[in-house]
Write a protein that binds this ligand. Structure first.
Ligand code: SF4
Length: 299
């Protein structure tokens, strides 16, 4: 294939994939919601879980987005340094966002800051948002697409704790965010927590945490224990699906962490809502692809 044809082909594939994830939830999220429904005892919460499942079926049958807010498009890119279209990837992803906006269709959610004008294409200054990691020597790309809806983005918060506040301070911060704004994010939530040195490194890690599967268990035993305790604590608040009370407020809590400065504990929270629209795709050097997040997909 000529290079121009390759660029067009990859743009089309990624436009279709981006539109697709707005309509069908990832397999792990769907399975988790069915599991929560099965163990829920609160009648109102059971009703809400059933309505959510009906909504997903309707989105599938009607080929429409599963929530009206299709978010701001964000791509988290693990790019092989030898991927043949590495230099073109940024413009390919911008084209994919424009294409997905038409195919979806996706709601127009990119408003230029200060100008306060909707671009009408879901693209704009630094939108789609791109987060890059380089995979040295690899010739493929692993791409996470995320639709950052308004409600699920709203609880996002980050701070830097005094070192003496310790991990109790981390738990207190997460629970403060959940009790004050968790409701806005359409529970049940996937809660991402970043623990690092500073506000911005913790914030980035908290977002990466909600790209992990809802069933992920931390490789660090202490972090895994904190994930369990936070999930238990948030569920004990009784917020429930859509905030209408219930036994289950979270689909899971995932922590991403880095080594940190000894004098600070940066902590951040990001939340994914029940309509947690994210998808992961691997693009090989020959532009063949494998969809990792969803089963039985035909683009
Ligand atoms: S929080 Fe999620 S489900 Fe609720 S309106 Fe926003 S995108 Fe839709």
């Amino acid at each position: 294939m000529e290079k121009e044809a390759e660029i067009q082909s990859l743009t089309d594939t990624l436009a279709k994939f981006t539109a697709y994830i707005g309509k069908r939830l990832p397999t792990d999220v769907k399975n988790k919601q069915a599991e929560l429904r099965a163990k829920e005892t609160n009648p109102m919460a059971i009703e809400i879980f059933d309505v959510m499942a009906e909504n997903q079926d309707a989105a599938d049958k009607l080929d429409r987005p599963s929530c009206q807010d299709t978010g701001v498009i964000q791509y988290f890119i693990q790019a092989g340094s030898s991927f043949p279209l590495l230099g073109e990837l940024e413009s390919i992803l911008e084209g994919a966002t424009r294409g997905a906006t038409e195919i979806g269709p996706l709601r127009h959610n990119a408003v230029e800051a200060f100008v306060e004008k909707n671009t009408g294409t879901n693209t704009g200054s630094k939108i789609p948002w791109l987060d890059w990691e380089i995979l040295p020597g690899k010739d493929y790309v692993i791409l996470d697409v995320y639709m950052a809806g308004g409600g699920c983005t709203l609880p996002g918060a980050s701070t830097v704790l005094m070192p003496g506040q310790g991990y109790e301070g981390v738990a207190e911060f997460v629970l403060d965010v959940m009790t004050s704004r968790g409701l806005n994010a359409c529970p049940p939530l996937l809660v991402g927590v970043g623990v690092s040195t500073s506000a911005e490194t913790a914030a980035r890690l908290s977002k990466k945490a909600i790209l992990k599967p809802v069933t992920a268990r931390n490789t660090n035993e202490q972090a895994a224990l904190l994930e369990e305790l936070l999930a238990e604590g948030i569920n004990d608040l009784g917020i429930g699906p859509q905030g209408l009370t219930g036994d289950n407020t979270v689909m899971g809590v995932n922590i991403e962490w880095s080594a940190r400065h000894p004098s600070t504990i940066g902590v951040a929270v990001s939340t994914g809502c029940w309509a947690h629209r994210r998808g992961q795709i691997k693009i090989n050097a020959d532009l063949s692809y494998e969809i990792i997040s969803h089963q039985d997909v035909k683009l």
